[in-house]
Design a protein around this ligand. Structure first.
Ligand code: TRP
Length: 398
């Protein structure tokens, strides 16, 4: 099964066994580890979030005219107060977007999905965006990464973020160790309101967790309130992020009232499966992830050797049909390259035995190769414009 990162000896572990039992104990989601086949419906219950309803989708459609496929097809599947943020916007109160990345390695297609969606939100709602790189978190977690490595990944990841095409006037990147002076006053305000006992319950810290990790969550929480500081008035914030980040926002929402800020709203994504199995695409298993920096032959090779939901033989596939919903190639095509109609047809054809895996793989390679090639061009151009994106206290433009 997939784990987001190999846990180091001091990795915080989710020691909440009662919960594991209650929810079957067959998958685990924390900000640092994702294991097993995730049941997203149960996660909504477990984390106490709201499912995305048809009504909410219609509301989005009414406001911006189109529903992004990642929202429509359920890649973003859960939220907190997304409806509230939209109501605020309706009444003329603008919201900020806030998202981030832990620079623990190179970026792959699973990472860029929520960013592409974030750009859609920025464009459609004319929203300002704060993008945090938690280089401190990724240094503190586990024992295997040096400062130098993290610094290199931070730089490389910034190129990917810029390559997404965010509006430079409305977007600021925050690198924790570089821009900590802008976060620290808020982080200490937050930290003061959270006890160790709460942090243990929310994040699963234990006695062998290093104290840097224990002190880190307020640093990730601080950008939730930074927009209010920048704008000089209470400002709504919407966080698009994978569901594994939810513990941070539960904690942040808990202190928001007491600090006099709006609770940050969230819209949660699923994990994009790796090409090796279902579960989260993992940078620690490079052969199962398509990186934005992969050469075309490498993309091709990874797709060809991908795991699928197909039967062991063609004859069996024709007879029994494939398991499309358990097939990473299917999901890649659905979220990235197929239209909804194409994807629905693919599902039917696969299940009825009228589609062989080779065809899907070939479709995926046809989509992924040019996508990655185009992305690499944009990444190269990004090198020249990094300073425009860096947080430095300049106001973001209206
Ligand atoms: N902790 C996140 C990670 O490991 C990075 C992050 C920081 C983030 N702030 C965020 C992710 C806000 C989503 C939204 O990837």
């Amino acid at each position: 099964m997939s784990s987001k990162m190999e846990p180091g000896p001091d990795a915080p572990s989710d020691n909440n066994n009662d919960d594991d039992e209650k929810y079957g104990g067959d998958f685990k989601v924390t900000p640092w580890e994702v294991e097993g086949e995730v049941d997203y419906n149960r996660l909504v219950e477990k984390f106490g979030t709201q499912p995305i309803t048809q009504e909410l989708l219609q509301k989005v459609k009414g406001m911006v005219g189109e529903i992004h496929p990642m929202l429509k097809l359920g890649y973003f599947f859960s939220h907190r107060d997304f409806d509230w943020v939209l109501d605020k916007k309706d009444k003329g109160e603008n919201f900020y977007l806030y998202t981030g990345r832990g620079p623990s390695g190179m970026v792959h297609m699973g990472h860029v999905m929520p960013w592409i969606f974030t750009k859609y939100l920025q464009d459609k709602f004319d929203a300002k965006l704060l993008f945090q790189l938690t280089d401190d978190e990724k240094f503190l977690y586990g024992q295997d990464r040096t400062r130098e490595e993290i610094k290199k990944y931070t730089y490389e990841n910034i190129l990917d973020i810029i390559a997404i095409g965010f509006n430079p006037k409305k977007t600021r990147i925050i690198v924790d160790t570089k821009h900590i002076q802008h976060l620290y006053p808020l982080a200490t305000e937050i930290a003061k309101r959270i006890t160790f006992s709460t942090a243990k319950a929310v994040f699963g810290f234990n006695n062998s967790t290093n104290i840097g990790m224990i002190g880190f969550p307020p640093v990730q929480a601080a950008p939730c309130f930074l927009p209010s500081v920048i704008e000089g008035k209470n400002t709504p914030v919407l966080i698009p992020a994978a569901i594994d980040q939810d513990p941070y926002w539960r904690m942040t929402r808990d202190v928001a009232d007491r600090m006099g800020y709006y609770k940050p709203a969230q819209i949660h994504s699923k994990f994009l499966p790796g090409l090796g199995m279902l579960g989260k695409m993992s940078s620690s298993r490079p052969e199962t992830a398509i990186f934005t920096t992969d050469a075309p032959e490498v993309v091709e090779k990874k797709v060809v050797s991908a795991f699928t939901g197909g039967q062991p033989t063609v004859a069996l596939q024709r007879q029994l049909g494939g398991n499309a919903l358990g097939c990473p190639v299917f999901w890649y095509l659905r979220y990235f390259f197929d239209t909804e109609k194409q994807s629905d047809e693919r599902l039917l054809k696969c299940r009825s035995g009228n589609l062989l895996c080779g065809e899907c793989k070939s479709d995926l390679a046809k989509g992924a190769r040019p996508f990655v090639a185009e992305f690499q061009k944009r990444r190269e151009k990004a090198r020249d414009v990094i300073p425009m994106f860096m947080y430095d206290g300049r106001p973001l433009e209206e």
